[in-house]
Design a protein around this ligand. Structure first.
Ligand SMILES: Nc1ncnc2c1ncn2[C@@H]1O[C@H](COP(=O)(O)OP(=O)(O)OP(=O)(O)O)[C@@H](O)[C@H]1O
Ligand SMILES: Cc1cn([C@H]2C[C@H](O)[C@@H](COP(=O)(O)O)O2)c(=O)[nH]c1=O
Length: 219
């Protein structure tokens, strides 16, 4: 068993179709195999608020006000931190037991997707601890859109104009997080020769970066 000095929160961030679910789950499996106490969780969660959000964002006829959506995501997050995702205990509980918590999206998604007024979104998230590490999966818009087009259901956010705005916003959000002490790891999913990296290649790159960072957290 690999024991860490303290719990750690790793947030996976990126636009839809960047592979967040694939890579956050893979990292969790790999860290577990290496003997670390880690857990995978995601937002929106599968608790009452998260389920309501999932329903709302798939309903293109609903057209709910952006501020209401922002509030729901922030409420889901606080619930996630305090009480859990519907299957596991709250993030804060795992952190206090020195686990590595891997969250497939966290408050930085709130800032990127609902961040017309970034100060207000920051206020909504004032009780949400900062992540220790952000893994940002950087993928060109056209690659993300191609992956999204292969899905059976598409959310209100999954369109070119909106995702372009979200992608641009992430630049400022990552800079701000870094200023606040968060270790930001950007993974480029495109190789030098313009080829899309395979899932294995991206996953190994993520693991290598994390293992490097974890060296400083070991007992
Ligand atoms: N190098 C790669 N990394 C990740 N996913 C890839 C890669 N190449 C192809 N894919 C495919 O892209 C899709 C990404 O799906 P995934 O659900 O992981 O993305 P996501 O970012 O969580 O999306 P969303 O947030 O919209 O649910 C999968 O079908 C996966 O097989
Ligand atoms: C946490 C969070 C998420 N979102 C968006 C990002 C995605 O478009 C969806 C979630 O879909 P996934 O397939 O489950 O990743 O929700 C958001 O707008 N605001 C947030 O705070």
């Amino acid at each position: 068993m690999q024991i860490l000095e303290k719990g750690l929160l790793i947030a996976f961030e990126g636009i839809d179709g960047s592979g967040l679910t694939t890579h956050s789950k893979l990292l969790n499996e790999k860290l577990n195999k290496l003997g670390y106490k880690s857990i995978y969780t995601k937002e929106p969660t599968n608790n009452e608020i998260g389920i309501l959000i999932q329903k709302i964002i798939l309903d293109k006829n609903k057209k709910l006000d952006n501020n209401i959506i922002a509030l729901l995501f922030a409420a889901d997050r606080l619930y996630h931190l305090m009480y859990g995702d519907g299957a596991n205990e709250g993030i804060l509980s795992y952190i206090s037991k020195n686990y590595i918590v891997i969250s497939d999206r966290y408050k930085y998604s709130n800032m990127a997707y609902q961040g017309d007024d970034i100060n207000w979104i920051s206020q909504l998230n004032k009780f949400a601890i900062e992540a220790d590490i952000i893994i940002y999966l950087d993928v060109p818009l056209d690659v993300a859109l191609k992956r999204i087009s292969m899905r059976s259901s598409v959310s209100i956010f999954e369109n070119k104009i909106f995702l372009e705005k979200v992608k641009n916003r992430y630049n400022d959000i990552l800079r701000l997080a870094n200023k606040n002490g968060v270790k930001v790891v950007v993974i480029n999913e495109i190789a030098d020769n313009n080829r899309e990296k395979s899932i294995d290649e991206v996953s190994e790159e993520i693991l290598k970066n994390i293992i490097n960072i974890l060296r400083n957290f070991k007992k």
